[in-house]
Design a protein around this ligand. Structure first.
Ligand SMILES: *[C@@H]1O[C@H](CO)[C@@H](O)[C@H](O)[C@H]1NC(C)=O
Ligand SMILES: *[C@@H]1O[C@H](CO)[C@@H](O)[C@H](O)[C@H]1NC(C)=O
Ligand SMILES: *[C@@H]1O[C@H](CO)[C@@H](O)[C@H](O)[C@H]1NC(C)=O
Length: 181
Protein backbone atom coordinates (compact mmCIF):
# COMPACT_ATOMS: atom_id res chain seq x y z
CA UNK A 1 0.00 0.00 0.00
CA UNK A 2 2.58 2.55 1.05
CA UNK A 3 5.19 1.69 -1.62
CA UNK A 4 2.49 1.66 -4.28
CA UNK A 5 1.31 5.09 -3.22
CA UNK A 6 4.84 6.41 -3.37
CA UNK A 7 5.37 4.96 -6.83
CA UNK A 8 2.08 6.28 -8.11
CA UNK A 9 2.90 9.81 -6.93
CA UNK A 10 6.26 9.51 -8.63
CA UNK A 11 4.62 8.42 -11.88
CA UNK A 12 2.25 11.37 -11.67
CA UNK A 13 5.18 13.68 -11.20
CA UNK A 14 7.04 12.22 -14.19
CA UNK A 15 3.91 12.56 -16.30
CA UNK A 16 3.43 16.20 -15.46
CA UNK A 17 7.12 16.87 -16.04
CA UNK A 18 6.77 15.50 -19.56
CA UNK A 19 3.65 17.51 -20.25
CA UNK A 20 5.26 20.70 -19.03
CA UNK A 21 6.79 22.25 -22.08
CA UNK A 22 4.97 25.27 -23.38
CA UNK A 23 3.09 26.71 -20.51
CA UNK A 24 3.97 30.21 -19.52
CA UNK A 25 2.13 31.54 -16.53
CA UNK A 26 2.61 33.69 -13.53
CA UNK A 27 2.24 32.60 -9.94
CA UNK A 28 1.52 35.03 -7.14
CA UNK A 29 1.07 34.47 -3.47
CA UNK A 30 -2.20 35.95 -2.35
CA UNK A 31 -2.22 35.04 1.33
CA UNK A 32 -0.56 33.00 4.07
CA UNK A 33 -2.22 31.85 7.28
CA UNK A 34 -0.62 30.22 10.30
CA UNK A 35 -2.52 28.78 13.20
CA UNK A 36 -1.41 26.81 16.24
CA UNK A 37 -3.52 24.07 17.84
CA UNK A 38 -1.13 23.62 20.76
CA UNK A 39 0.05 27.03 22.05
CA UNK A 40 2.16 25.57 24.86
CA UNK A 41 3.99 23.47 22.29
CA UNK A 42 4.43 26.01 19.51
CA UNK A 43 3.14 29.35 18.32
CA UNK A 44 3.90 31.88 15.62
CA UNK A 45 5.82 35.03 16.33
CA UNK A 46 4.93 36.29 12.85
CA UNK A 47 3.44 35.01 9.63
CA UNK A 48 2.83 37.43 6.79
CA UNK A 49 2.97 38.21 3.13
CA UNK A 50 4.60 41.42 2.03
CA UNK A 51 4.48 43.26 -1.29
CA UNK A 52 7.64 45.28 -1.72
CA UNK A 53 6.58 46.49 -5.16
CA UNK A 54 4.70 45.15 -8.17
CA UNK A 55 7.30 42.54 -9.00
CA UNK A 56 8.62 41.56 -5.58
CA UNK A 57 6.43 39.90 -3.02
CA UNK A 58 7.47 37.44 -0.32
CA UNK A 59 6.27 35.31 2.58
CA UNK A 60 7.98 35.14 5.99
CA UNK A 61 7.13 33.29 9.15
CA UNK A 62 8.66 32.30 12.45
CA UNK A 63 7.37 29.37 14.50
CA UNK A 64 8.52 29.28 18.13
CA UNK A 65 9.02 25.84 19.61
CA UNK A 66 8.48 25.70 23.36
CA UNK A 67 9.27 22.05 24.07
CA UNK A 68 12.60 21.27 22.48
CA UNK A 69 14.26 19.15 21.32
CA UNK A 70 11.64 17.74 18.95
CA UNK A 71 12.52 14.32 17.63
CA UNK A 72 9.32 13.22 15.84
CA UNK A 73 7.71 15.36 13.15
CA UNK A 74 5.34 14.55 10.34
CA UNK A 75 3.97 16.95 7.78
CA UNK A 76 0.66 16.38 6.03
CA UNK A 77 0.35 18.19 2.71
CA UNK A 78 -2.80 18.69 0.72
CA UNK A 79 -2.91 20.81 -2.42
CA UNK A 80 -6.30 22.35 -3.15
CA UNK A 81 -7.64 24.00 -6.26
CA UNK A 82 -10.46 26.50 -5.88
CA UNK A 83 -13.53 25.63 -7.91
CA UNK A 84 -16.69 25.91 -5.82
CA UNK A 85 -14.70 26.11 -2.64
CA UNK A 86 -11.28 24.48 -2.29
CA UNK A 87 -11.11 20.90 -3.61
CA UNK A 88 -8.15 18.52 -3.12
CA UNK A 89 -5.97 18.51 -6.23
CA UNK A 90 -3.24 15.99 -7.13
CA UNK A 91 -1.34 15.84 -3.82
CA UNK A 92 -2.45 14.54 -0.45
CA UNK A 93 0.42 12.99 1.45
CA UNK A 94 2.00 12.65 4.85
CA UNK A 95 5.75 12.68 5.20
CA UNK A 96 7.87 11.71 8.16
CA UNK A 97 10.09 14.78 8.19
CA UNK A 98 12.89 13.16 10.18
CA UNK A 99 13.12 10.20 7.79
CA UNK A 100 12.94 12.47 4.79
CA UNK A 101 15.73 14.74 6.03
CA UNK A 102 17.90 11.68 6.62
CA UNK A 103 17.40 10.25 3.15
CA UNK A 104 15.89 12.67 0.64
CA UNK A 105 16.47 10.59 -2.46
CA UNK A 106 13.89 8.10 -1.30
CA UNK A 107 11.16 10.74 -1.49
CA UNK A 108 11.35 12.33 -4.95
CA UNK A 109 8.03 14.15 -4.82
CA UNK A 110 8.69 15.64 -1.40
CA UNK A 111 12.21 16.53 -2.46
CA UNK A 112 10.80 18.45 -5.40
CA UNK A 113 8.60 20.63 -3.17
CA UNK A 114 11.16 20.86 -0.41
CA UNK A 115 13.76 22.26 -2.77
CA UNK A 116 11.45 25.19 -3.48
CA UNK A 117 11.79 26.39 0.09
CA UNK A 118 15.02 25.04 1.58
CA UNK A 119 17.18 28.01 0.69
CA UNK A 120 14.76 30.35 2.49
CA UNK A 121 14.54 28.54 5.79
CA UNK A 122 16.61 27.14 8.64
CA UNK A 123 14.98 23.69 8.50
CA UNK A 124 17.75 22.18 6.39
CA UNK A 125 19.24 19.72 8.85
CA UNK A 126 18.39 16.33 10.30
CA UNK A 127 16.28 15.89 13.46
CA UNK A 128 16.09 16.86 16.29
CA UNK A 129 14.83 20.45 16.11
CA UNK A 130 15.86 22.63 19.02
CA UNK A 131 15.35 26.10 17.61
CA UNK A 132 12.61 28.32 16.18
CA UNK A 133 11.70 27.51 12.60
CA UNK A 134 12.04 30.38 10.19
CA UNK A 135 10.98 30.94 6.60
CA UNK A 136 12.55 34.16 5.49
CA UNK A 137 11.46 36.10 2.40
CA UNK A 138 10.30 33.18 0.30
CA UNK A 139 9.75 35.05 -2.98
CA UNK A 140 6.63 34.53 -5.09
CA UNK A 141 8.60 34.47 -8.33
CA UNK A 142 10.88 31.70 -7.13
CA UNK A 143 7.81 29.57 -6.52
CA UNK A 144 6.74 30.80 -9.92
CA UNK A 145 9.79 29.40 -11.69
CA UNK A 146 9.45 26.02 -10.00
CA UNK A 147 5.75 25.56 -10.47
CA UNK A 148 5.10 27.07 -13.86
CA UNK A 149 8.29 26.12 -15.66
CA UNK A 150 8.25 22.58 -14.39
CA UNK A 151 4.68 21.66 -13.48
CA UNK A 152 1.84 22.29 -15.93
CA UNK A 153 -0.68 23.18 -13.27
CA UNK A 154 -3.85 24.70 -14.78
CA UNK A 155 -4.51 28.38 -14.20
CA UNK A 156 -6.58 29.17 -11.15
CA UNK A 157 -6.51 29.65 -7.41
CA UNK A 158 -4.65 27.21 -5.21
CA UNK A 159 -4.03 26.58 -1.55
CA UNK A 160 -1.34 24.36 -0.08
CA UNK A 161 -2.33 23.23 3.38
CA UNK A 162 0.47 21.88 5.57
CA UNK A 163 -0.32 20.36 8.95
CA UNK A 164 2.62 19.97 11.35
CA UNK A 165 2.33 16.89 13.50
CA UNK A 166 4.72 16.33 16.42
CA UNK A 167 4.52 13.11 18.47
CA UNK A 168 1.38 12.20 16.52
CA UNK A 169 -0.51 15.33 17.59
CA UNK A 170 -1.46 17.96 15.04
CA UNK A 171 0.21 21.10 16.37
CA UNK A 172 -0.20 23.72 13.67
CA UNK A 173 -1.45 24.45 10.20
CA UNK A 174 0.19 26.72 7.65
CA UNK A 175 -1.81 27.57 4.52
CA UNK A 176 -0.27 29.13 1.46
CA UNK A 177 -2.71 30.73 -1.00
CA UNK A 178 -1.80 31.65 -4.54
CA UNK A 179 -3.11 32.36 -8.00
CA UNK A 180 -1.70 31.07 -11.26
CA UNK A 181 -2.68 33.38 -14.12
C1 LIG B 1 11.28 45.82 -6.38
O1 LIG B 1 12.02 45.73 -5.18
C2 LIG B 1 13.22 44.97 -5.32
C3 LIG B 1 13.83 44.82 -3.91
O2 LIG B 1 13.91 46.04 -3.25
C4 LIG B 1 14.16 45.66 -6.28
O3 LIG B 1 15.35 44.91 -6.43
C5 LIG B 1 13.46 45.78 -7.63
O4 LIG B 1 14.26 46.48 -8.54
C6 LIG B 1 12.11 46.49 -7.48
N1 LIG B 1 11.40 46.45 -8.75
C7 LIG B 1 10.73 47.50 -9.23
C8 LIG B 1 10.04 47.29 -10.52
O5 LIG B 1 10.70 48.58 -8.63
C1 LIG C 1 -6.16 12.66 2.32
O1 LIG C 1 -5.96 11.27 2.35
C2 LIG C 1 -6.38 10.66 3.58
C3 LIG C 1 -5.97 9.21 3.56
O2 LIG C 1 -6.29 8.61 2.33
C4 LIG C 1 -7.90 10.85 3.74
O3 LIG C 1 -8.35 10.27 4.92
C5 LIG C 1 -8.20 12.35 3.75
O4 LIG C 1 -9.60 12.57 3.81
C6 LIG C 1 -7.63 13.02 2.50
N1 LIG C 1 -7.77 14.46 2.64
C7 LIG C 1 -8.36 15.20 1.73
C8 LIG C 1 -8.44 16.66 2.02
O5 LIG C 1 -8.81 14.73 0.70
C1 LIG D 1 20.75 21.50 2.70
O1 LIG D 1 21.50 20.42 3.23
C2 LIG D 1 22.03 19.54 2.25
C3 LIG D 1 22.67 18.35 2.96
O2 LIG D 1 23.47 18.79 4.04
C4 LIG D 1 23.01 20.31 1.36
O3 LIG D 1 23.53 19.46 0.35
C5 LIG D 1 22.28 21.49 0.72
O4 LIG D 1 23.17 22.27 -0.05
C6 LIG D 1 21.63 22.35 1.78
N1 LIG D 1 20.82 23.37 1.12
C7 LIG D 1 20.91 24.66 1.40
C8 LIG D 1 19.99 25.56 0.65
O5 LIG D 1 21.69 25.10 2.24
Amino acid sequence: MVPFRKISLFVQLILVLHLAKEISAKFEFTNIKCETFSPTFNDFEYCFLKSVNRTYKYASLRARLHQVPITKIKVHFVLYQRLNGYKPFLYNMTVDACKFLKNRKRYPVVKFFYEIVEAYSNINHTCPYSHDVIFDKLPANFVNHRLTDILPVPKGDYMLETNWIAYDINRAVIKFYGTLS
